[in-house]
Design a protein. Structure first.
Length: 142
């Protein structure tokens, strides 16, 4: 249960704050490239703090490349959200449920790439996926 709270609930709260802060920053007049620069500075500061919590320095070329690809994907996704907020004035309340359907894509990747299909309840997974899609559609149309 502790792992679910730390790895599920806490990130949900932090990601919601980050989306809200992104909109506040774009409304205050920051450009997307500079937003990423300042976000990167925040990531660096948080990374230094995390080192004191989990001081593991293990790295290899493969793990570093995966981590860098993660950063590129995250940055481009965040930039796309910023573009929708600034150029197309899409409400954050409509965007967030849609881009958080990334959960379904991540689940599919986990099932295939990491063979997690062996350890999940398929009926509950399908039911949850349907609820996520229906919820995203309902909020986007609101």
């Amino acid at each position: 249960m502790k792992g679910i709270l730390i790895g599920g609930l806490l990130p949900a709260l932090l990601y919601s704050f980050s989306a809200t802060l992104q909109k506040a920053s774009t409304r205050a007049g920051i450009g997307m490239a500079l937003l990423m620069v300042f976000v990167s500075a925040g990531v660096f500061i948080a990374s230094c703090a995390m080192y004191f919590v989990m001081p593991d320095s293990t790295v290899n070329i493969r793990s570093a490349l995966y981590a860098m690809a993660l950063g590129v994907c995250w940055c481009l996704g965040t930039g796309a959200v910023g573009l929708a907020l600034v150029r197309y004035n899409v409400p954050l309340s409509k965007l967030v449920p849609l881009y958080n359907m990334n959960t379904l894509i991540t689940v599919i990747f986990g099932l295939i790439v990491f063979m997690e299909w062996k350890q999940v309840d398929k009926i509950q997974l399908i039911a949850g996926a349907i609820l996520v899609v229906v919820g995203g559609i309902m909020v986007a149309k609101a």
